[in-house]
Design a protein. Structure first.
Length: 214
C-alpha cells in the first residue's frame, strides 16, 4: 500500500519533468496518481480536441474534405483533357486550363480556411483567458483515479468527483480529457508520462472507471 495522500498538495520539486511521474497502480483504494506541471499549451490542446469532436465542427471539416475531393477530381479531369491527344485544339486547352486553375485555387482556399479557423479559435481562447488571473489553471497538480473517484489536487485547490458525476472521457495523441461538464475538462497531458505505454495504460484505466461508474 502507498502512503501517498491523494489530497495533499503536489510536491514542489525541481526535478526534471520525466522524474515527477508517480503513475503506478498502488492498489485499488489509492488508484493511479500522476503529478505534472500543466501549461497553457495543454489547455489549447484540449480546446483543439473539443472542437474536433464537436458535431458541428466535425461536420464542417467533413464538408470541406468532400469539397476538396471534388476539386481534386475536377482538376484530374482537366489534366486528363490536356493530355488527351484527341482534345488538342486551343479552345479545349483553354477550358481544361481554366478547370485545373479553378480547382487548384478552390482546394488551396479550403486549406487556408481550415488553418485559419484553427488559428483563430486558439487566439480567441488565449484572449479569453487573458482577461482573468486563472491561477488554478496552470502549474503543478496531481490527478488520482480509482474505481470510485477522480481526485484533483493543486497548490491552490482540490476536488473529488464520483465517476457518475462526470460527463465523458476522451483522449488523443496529446492528452487525456476527463470532462466535468459538457464544455470543461481536467486535462492530463501526454508529456506527464515518460512513455506512451504508461499514458495509454492510464487513459485506459480512466475510461474503464468512467464506464463502470455510469
Amino acid at each position: 500500500m502507498s502512503d501517498l495522500n491523494p489530497y495533499s498538495s503536489p510536491s514542489n520539486t525541481e526535478a526534471p519533468r520525466e522524474q515527477v511521474l508517480v503513475a503506478q497502480l498502488v492498489g485499488d483504494e489509492e488508484g493511479l496518481s500522476v503529478e505534472f506541471e500543466q501549461t497553457f499549451e495543454d489547455l489549447l490542446d484540449f480546446h483543439d480536441y473539443h472542437l474536433k469532436t464537436t458535431g458541428a465542427y466535425a461536420r464542417g471539416r467533413l464538408l470541406m474534405a468532400v469539397v476538396a475531393m471534388i476539386a481534386i477530381c475536377v482538376m484530374a479531369i482537366g489534366v486528363m483533357s490536356l493530355t488527351n491527344q484527341g482534345l488538342q485544339d486551343e479552345f479545349t486547352k483553354m477550358i481544361a486550363c481554366g478547370v485545373v486553375g479553378f480547382a487548384s485555387a478552390f482546394a488551396l482556399i479550403g486549406g487556408i480556411v481550415i488553418a485559419a479557423q484553427r488559428s483563430g479559435s486558439r487566439t480567441a481562447v488565449k484572449q479569453a483567458y487573458e482577461k482573468g488571473k486563472n491561477l488554478s489553471l496552470l502549474g503543478l497538480r496531481r490527478m488520482t483515479i480509482n474505481p470510485e473517484y477522480l481526485i484533483f489536487t493543486s497548490t491552490l485547490c482540490q476536488s473529488a468527483f464520483r465517476w457518475k458525476g462526470l460527463e465523458k472521457v476522451g483522449s488523443d495523441e496529446k492528452g487525456l480529457y476527463i470532462y466535468s461538464t459538457a464544455l470543461t475538462a481536467y486535462v492530463i497531458p501526454r508529456h506527464a508520462f515518460p512513455s506512451d505505454r504508461q499514458f495509454q495504460d492510464y487513459s485506459a484505466k480512466a475510461k474503464h472507471y468512467f464506464e463502470q461508474g455510469q
